[in-house]
Design a protein around this ligand. Structure first.
Ligand SMILES: [Zn+2]
Ligand SMILES: [Zn+2]
Length: 287
């Protein structure tokens, strides 16, 4: 399949992972993201910018706490006739010490979707290109084990709706063997299943050195065995990345046996059928 936004026209898959310039590393007015979705026929988009934290956690990559009202303003009232439905969400990090704040703060914001992600092992931003060098001095298996330990705590926290980019440490190509991955990921997937959370097929990985969707086909197969629901996210940091690689993501989802995806409203989930793998899905297919 051809990766890229141009191949997804008429694929009615919602994009549940979108950033805004408030995260200091994205570009484009929220209106431009909406227009991009509209021209591609993407039925819904959800803004999920990085959550601000009052303790100053990872300040360079997120809005300041006093910018949150601006974030809400920028991303509201964007629904237009025949355009995509626009949801209000957040990508909230899990890290040691985040829980008390998030438990109090998240439920009060009226989010449609809260993505949970892990970007740090201790003080190491392991997916930050500026901190990539540290991969050379760490033990690969230890790093992955520590990552999954954090993901396990994320799953047990009951703070989030969907786990974002589940195998993010592979971003620069640092992979486990299949056997190691099954051994490490399975217990975490058990916890995710027990928590009732979903996972996302994040096509951002197709734009990174690993050149692969998060999570891998191997992990997605393990998720399907546990009936963990899925949604799709481009992790767009620019309007032209909306819906990026969704044709590939659909193939991946269908190959793993998935037939439906999550539909989120005010953090309540329902399901909608996946499109068929075709550039021109049957006309009876609607959303
Ligand atoms: Zn992320
Ligand atoms: Zn993101």
């Amino acid at each position: 399949m051809r990766p890229g936004a141009d191949s997804i026209s008429n694929l009615s898959i919602s994009d549940y992972h979108i950033h805004t310039p408030l995260c200091k590393h994205a570009e484009g007015d929220p209106k431009e993201f909406v227009s991009a979705a509209k021209s591609l026929g993407v039925p819904e988009i959800c803004f999920t910018d990085h959550c601000p934290f009052p303790d100053g956690y990872d300040r360079p990559h997120r809005m300041e706490p006093d910018q949150f009202s601006l974030y809400r303003e920028m991303t509201s009232d964007l629904c237009e006739v025949s355009g995509p439905h626009v949801l209000f969400g957040i990508e909230a990090d899990y890290y040691e010490g985040c829980e008390a704040h998030l438990r109090e703060w998240l439920p009060r914001q009226g989010f449609d979707l809260v993505l949970g992600s892990v970007h740090f092992i201790g003080n190491w931003g392991f997916d930050d290109p500026d901190q990539k060098g540290r991969w050379r001095s760490v033990d690969l298996k230890t790093a992955w084990r520590e990552y999954f330990a954090l993901l396990a705590r994320l799953a047990m926290s009951s703070l989030f709706d969907v786990v974002a980019h589940l195998d993010l440490p592979k971003k620069f190509g640092h992979r486990l063997t299949d056997k190691e991955m099954i051994e490490m990921a399975s217990p975490v997937l058990d916890l995710i299943a027990a928590s009732g959370m979903g996972i996302e097929l994040n096509t951002g990985g197709l734009r990174k050195p690993v050149n692969e969707i998060y999570p891998s086909a191997l992990i997605l197969g393990l998720a399907k065995e546990r009936d963990i629901p899925i949604c799709f996210g481009s992790d767009a940091h620019a309007p032209n990345e909306v819906g990026f690689g969704f044709a590939d993501a659909l193939v991946l989802a269908r190959s793993a046996g998935y037939t439906e995806s999550l539909l989120m409203r005010q953090r309540k989930r329902s399901f909608k059928p996946l499109p068929f793998i075709s550039d021109n899905p049957p006309s009876h297919h609607r959303h």
